[in-house]
Design a protein around this ligand. Structure first.
Ligand SMILES: [Zn+2]
Length: 268
């Protein structure tokens, strides 16, 4: 996706801005939990602003509004097309919701970066630029490829593995330190971390007790508990930062699948 840091943000309608605020607030809320925010802290201001705007729109249009943030979270599991807001044609599909199993959906992520709040994107762009430049200055394409592949294929690492990768990729040792953060305790399941069999990211336990991946594609695939890696918190687990998972890992996984298909075609 081409995101220029100097590009003027697109102008949003009132309803689009409401959706952007709620989506950004949801993503912020999940990010805060991953960063170790304690339960009971105030909800992000963007969620409150989004709730107030949505409630006002509902009242204007004669619809019972959400009355609290938990109420808004329930709305976020309902199809956006059922909300009393006007969105551009084809902006959302019939079953699109902002949340699924209490996690932001891909459409939520997309709305979160619409408008003026592009902080996560700017972080990702600055990060990408730093490792791209380092490799270009050294004319080291192999390190660039290996580093990118690591971020895509191994979003979760033990402290030992992370240290090993720093030694393998000395040119990008600083970027590796920046890219990964300690895994959030909220993702512990019965005292251990479990990784998705499809993308290797951390799974989250829902209130109903099932394990879900943040990637919608993985949720549509069959569960393979026997292929889920189990990791003890005693090993100090690190997880790729959310913005890098969104903007590097997710598109990268699609590229790797394509590469795999092309290879299979070549050998058949
Ligand atoms: Zn997954």
């Amino acid at each position: 996706m081409d995101v220029s840091l100097t590009k003027k943000p697109p102008q949003l309608s009132d309803d689009e801005m409401t959706l952007h605020l709620i989506a950004s607030g949801l993503v912020r809320f999940v990010q805060d939990r991953e960063d170790g925010a304690l339960p009971g802290l105030p909800y992000p201001a963007m969620l409150h602003r989004g709730l107030n705007r949505l409630a006002a729109t509902c009242l204007r249009r004669g619809v019972a509004p959400p009355v609290s943030i938990p109420d808004l979270f329930q709305w976020c599991h309902r199809p956006l097309l059922d909300w009393p807001i006007d969105l551009p044609p084809e902006a959302v599909k019939p079953n699109d919701t902002l949340q699924f199993d209490n996690l932001p959906t891909e459409i939520c992520d997309e709305w979160a970066v619409e408008g003026s709040d592009v902080a996560a994107h700017i972080n990702e762009q600055a990060f990408f630029s730093s490792f791209y430049t380092a490799c270009r200055v050294e004319n080291d394409a192999a390190t660039y490829v290996a580093f990118r592949r690591l971020l895509i294929e191994r979003p979760v690492l033990t402290a030992f593995e992370l240290q090993k990768e720093r030694l393998n990729l000395p040119l990008l040792s600083d970027q590796l330190t920046t890219a990964y953060q300690p895994a959030p305790a909220a993702h512990l399941v019965n005292g251990v971390y479990r990784c998705c069999a499809h993308c290797n990211g951390l799974l989250l336990q829902t209130v109903q007790g099932s394990l879900v991946c943040e990637h919608e594609r993985c949720r549509r695939l069959l569960c393979c508990p026997e292929k889920e890696r189990e990791m003890s918190p005693d090993e100090d687990i690190f997880w790729l930062k959310r913005e890098l998972r969104r903007f590097i890992s997710m598109p990268g996984l699609a590229e790797l699948r394509l590469e795999q298909k092309l290879r299979q075609k070549d050998t058949s």
